[in-house]
Design a protein around this ligand. Structure first.
Ligand SMILES: Nc1ncnc2c1ncn2[C@@H]1O[C@H](COP(=O)(O)OP(=O)(O)OP(=O)(O)O)[C@@H](O)[C@H]1O
Length: 305
């Protein structure tokens, strides 16, 4: 097994004159559960499509599981936003198709756990046709197909947006268990920031097609401080200020400290959601790549970080 699940070097994808991805360089170590975050149009789905081998980059390079996405396809499962399924098949037939398409690696028990959940209330009728299922139920069938394949890399495009809270909770638990037991790498795009913190240990934040932040969640939150104090914004000038706003008679800010913060400022470590919201509100904040997310010998590759 390679120690790097996904590695992008100067990756670009253009649609006409628009850059959906532009000079993206980052590394995702294997076995991580990576949240892929960014505003609408940031390039998340484009990146997942390239990683799944369903489109080709316009520039740069993308390596998946140590090879090209096309070569790695057997090891990859991808659930797109539109959850493409055969509407005329039943749930049971869909899972049987998954077994037929993945001989020697299909895990029926894992697929059924995802499709039917824990509670009797949420269990899907195996004889129900896909076309008669609700959006969230279809999502569960698509996720069951993906997890039943026992992929080394699981790419999920907004998997939780239409799941009920119990199904979301179960899915997050399943992903954590898969990563722990089988070393599966998961990349999951989502706008539901509050739910990512518990499940994801790695983050990739995109903005306007560029990498704005990448690295282990703990390292990224530890690199920031939420500060509140009576001073003016000028007092924070030595630090990288991601976002600053008036707070009572003083100031409250999210910063990347470049040394000790002056006296009088209350300092605390922010949550992942605090860090993400501040970066989303300030698209021009300087990018941050943790060492673990940095492509090795990038200079040798002639690519800008
Ligand atoms: N097939 C396509 N043809 C033309 N432009 C496209 C195509 N796919 C994506 N784009 C453009 O590329 C940019 C990135 O789109 P993408 O779907 O990757 O964003 P996203 O981060 O997944 O957004 P969202 O959060 O809304 O799902 C957008 O400006 C979009 O309009």
């Amino acid at each position: 097994m390679t120690e790097t699940a996904v590695e992008a070097r100067g990756l670009g994808k253009r649609f006409g004159r628009r850059n959906a991805l532009d000079a993206c360089s980052f590394r995702l170590p294997a076995g991580r559960i990576c949240a892929l975050v960014g505003p609408n149009g940031a390039g998340k789905s484009t990146l997942l499509t390239l990683a799944a081998g369903l489109a080709r980059p316009s520039g740069g390079e993308l390596r998946v599981l140590g090879t090209t996405p096309a070569e790695a396809r057997r090891e990859i499962a991808y659930v797109a936003q539109d959850k493409a399924l055969f509407p005329q098949l039943t749930v049971a037939d869909t899972l049987r198709l998954g077994a037929d398409l993945n001989p020697g690696r299909w895990d029926q028990a894992a697929a059924e756990r995802v499709a039917h959940g824990d509670g009797a209330d949420s269990a899907l009728d195996p004889y129900a046709k896909v076309r008669g299922l609700s959006g969230g139920q279809r999502t569960r069938v698509a996720l069951a197909l993906a997890l039943g394949k026992r992929p080394a890399l699981l790419l999920l495009d907004e998997p939780v947006s239409d799941l009920d809270p119990l199904a979301r909770h179960q899915l997050m638990g399943t992903l954590l268990a898969e990563a722990a037991e089988h070393g599966t790498t998961v990349v999951m795009s989502s706008h539901i920031l509050g739910e990512l913190a518990g499940a994801c240990d790695f983050l990739l934040l995109l903005g306007a097609g560029r990498v704005r932040m990448a690295g282990p969640v703990d390292d990224l939150t530890a690199a920031h401080r939420l500060v509140t104090g009576p001073g003016g914004a000028a007092e924070l000038a030595p630090h990288t200020v991601i976002e600053s706003r008036p707070h009572g008679r003083g100031q409250s800010a999210l910063i990347r400290p470049e040394g000790p913060v002056g006296p009088g400022w209350e300092c605390e470590e922010p949550s992942l959601e605090d860090v993400l919201l501040a970066h989303l509100r300030n698209p021009s904040a300087p990018a941050l790549l943790a060492p673990e997310a940095t492509v090795r010998d990038l200079a040798g590759a002639g690519v800008e970080a």
